[in-house]
Design a protein around this ligand. Structure first.
Ligand code: ATP
Ligand code: MG
Length: 335
């Protein structure tokens, strides 16, 4: 039997190069070897977008099309909607007993996000405990592997703790899943100071047009300490070179540009123009595949519906095992 993957995205906008580097690339590469499930985490997206549910609902198909556009094959990868699996919510309630408030308060990703979102002391409970709900996303499928960016590692650790705790108290039901971090676990945004994130407005989207791509690349931040093109520059953390290393398949060109940059023998414009060509070559087939699905909305809906139906069957099996283990199967006449 193939091992199982659970991975996914929050429908809070279109997907970007960071998603590709952190997770989508692995999804495409692993879909033959594993039984793969991809969650569109709309319930989780609502935890910090509950006042604008239309943002979430409008992003669902976009996120699905982005996944399909990079090469995920619905015959091999099951794409499903979190809100279509009510058992996830049920499992979340049982898991909430296994986690303490102080343990959740120590989650560094949640802490950072609370700061970014300016929640102050008014953190919605749903947001605070989304790692518990994410554990239910992963565990209802008994996933073995979870391909993610490195901001998700604390959540996977929390999931493993919940699975162990459940198994210790009620008997073994859950696998202990492992995280798989992508080639670039935290791709920096175009302005260089933070990871690329839909919420921060520093993204190059997989669906960006050639014109938008060019504008974004040309305004990217480079080495902040380099004033003239004849000054020696830094390439390691320089976002333009980070993207060159990740997305430019012409490794010779990248090495040569970096050598010249370090010596102060190349201007930012040339480095950026070459990056624009490389990124445009990378994005063009993705845009084309996306157009195919954009023109076939019924096909996209069918993929979502079929995937959600398949995931729901798995959820029913897991829930009956969970309830049996917990001894709460008296409903229905088993008193
Ligand atoms: P939001 O701001 O709504 O949280 P996001 O851009 O952080 O959006 P998510 O849907 O939260 O995107 O993330 C989906 C997956 O992509 C996760 O595994 C996450 O770790 C990964 N990911 C997101 N941004 C990056 C990035 N800049 N580099 C690497 N991986 C990333
Ligand atoms: Mg995120």
């Amino acid at each position: 039997m193939k091992k199982r993957i659970l991975t996914g995205d929050r429908p809070t906008g279109k997907l970007h190069l960071g998603h590709f580097a952190g997770s989508l690339k692995n999804r495409v590469e692993l879909q033959d070897k594993y039984e793969q499930f991809i969650i569109v985490a709309d319930v989780q997206a609502l935890t910090d977008n509950f006042k604008t549910p239309e943002k979430v609902s409008q992003s669902v198909c976009e996120v699905v099309m982005d996944n399909l556009a990079v090469g995920l094959d619905p015959e091999k990868s099951t794409i499903f909607i979190q809100s279509g699996i009510p058992q996830i919510a049920e499992l979340t309630v049982f898991f909430a007993n296994l986690v303490t408030v102080s343990r959740l308060s120590r989650n560094p990703t949640v802490k950072a996000e609370i700061g970014e979102k300016n929640f102050g002391t008014s953190v919605p409970l749903g947001f605070f405990m989304y790692p518990v709900s994410q554990a239910a996303d992963i565990l209802f499928l008994n996933a073995d592997l979870v391909p993610v960016g490195d901001d998700q590692l604390p959540h996977i650790e929390q999931t493993r703790e919940i699975a162990r705790s459940f198994n210790n108290i009620y008997g073994t039901v859950f696998n202990i899943p492992q995280a798989l971090v992508g080639e670039c676990p935290r791709l920096v945004g175009i302005y260089g100071n933070a990871k690329m994130s839909k919420s921060l407005g520093n993204c190059i989207y997989l669906s960006d047009s050639k014109e938008d791509l060019k504008k974004k690349v040309m305004k990217m931040f480079t080495d902040p300490n380099r004033i003239h093109s004849t000054d020696p520059g830094e390439t390691e953390s320089n976002p333009v070179f980070v993207y060159h290393r990740m997305f430019n398949p012409n490794k010779g060109e990248v090495t040569e540009l970096a050598e010249r940059y370090k010596k102060g023998a190349v201007g930012d414009i040339e480095v950026k123009e070459k990056l624009f060509f490389a990124l445009n070559d990378f994005l063009e087939p993705i845009r084309e595949k996306r157009r195919y699905y954009e023109e076939r909305p019924n096909l996209v809906k069918e993929i979502i519906n079929e995937g959600t139906k398949k995931a729901r069957k798995e959820a029913e099996i897991t829930m009956s095992r969970v309830k049996e283990a917990m001894g709460i199967n008296y409903y229905g006449g088993n008193c």
